[in-house]
Design a protein around this ligand. Structure first.
Ligand code: GLP
Length: 258
């Protein structure tokens, strides 16, 4: 695992966007695995800026998102399909037919999960998977459990995740209790993984993910077994690693500035 230090959120976003940008330049028809949450928003903004400058072309790219709330359709402003369109897709030259998010309105859970696994398979797999990390170590919506779920599945969200997501809804009652999410095998099959984390509240879980035991109670810990993982994290999220295992952190020369 490569852990890259970034001073703050903007710097983290820029460094991570550089990695995605290199992927798209080197392989214009890349399959990009995308994520939602507050952590990747700055990355999408940066990529849009470089697209507008003429440095990036997404016309041949395909995208697959990690997850979606069950019960929300793409016109609901809290759905991940809505998030992706408004934070990224509408401002770049991606063909919307090349974008994929699980269909939260499909009430046939088994059918939807099988369909989504096939989408990923038919695309030939994911070239780079962007991930955030939940406070409890979840990736996508793979919540802590007693086993690693392999492929796309319907998950019951933990109270901790529901609480963390309540800020986006008008009331607690509106927060969905279930989601469709790629499984650990789908994520681990990605050729490259790029995980971003920011803020002090991610510091402990990031340390556990990187140095702790590989166990389903910290789903992100499985990433220790992937051979191409890059973590870009801000100073606050790196405090515990910096305290207990500072030698794991790479500080690129540009860190003198940002
Ligand atoms: C949600 C998403 C995850 C994301 C997590 C953290 O649970 N399903 O993919 O990583 O939130 O979000 P944030 O980046 O806002 O902390």
């Amino acid at each position: 695992m490569k852990i890259i230090y970034a001073k703050d959120y903007d710097s983290m976003s820029r460094k991570a966007a550089n990695i995605i940008s290199a992927q798209v330049i080197l392989k214009p028809n890349s399959v990009l695995g995308l994520a939602t949450g507050s952590s990747p928003i700055g990355i999408y903004k940066q990529l849009i800026e470089w697209y507008e400058k003429g440095d990036l072309d997404f016309s041949a790219c395909h995208t697959v998102n990690l997850d979606e709330y069950v019960g929300l359709d793409k016109t609901n402003d809290q759905s991940y399909a809505y998030f992706m369109y408004h934070n990224f897709f509408k401002d770049i030259n991606i063909n919307m037919e090349n974008t994929n998010v699980p269909n939260g309105t499909n009430t046939d859970a088994a059918g939807e999960c099988a369909r989504y696994n096939k989408v990923i398979q038919d695309l030939g797999g994911i070239d780079i998977q962007l991930l955030g990390i939940g406070h409890n170590g979840h990736i996508g919506f793979n919540e802590p459990g007693i086993a690693f779920e392999k492929e796309t599945h319907c998950v019951e969200l933990t109270q901790k995740t529901i609480d963390a997501n309540t800020r986006f809804f008008n009331s607690k009652e509106e927060v969905p209790t279930h989601a469709y999410t790629m499984g650990i095998k789908n994520i681990m099959n990605a050729k490259k993984i790029l995980l971003v984390a920011c803020g002090a509240e991610k510091a402990e879980i990031l340390y556990r993910m990187v140095t702790g035991k590989i166990e389903p109670s910290v789903p992100a810990s499985i990433l220790q077994l992937h051979n191409d993982v890059t973590i870009v994290a801000d100073e606050a999220a790196l405090t515990v690693i910096n305290e207990k295992a500072p030698y794991l952190i790479e500080r690129l020369p540009s860190c003198n500035k940002k």
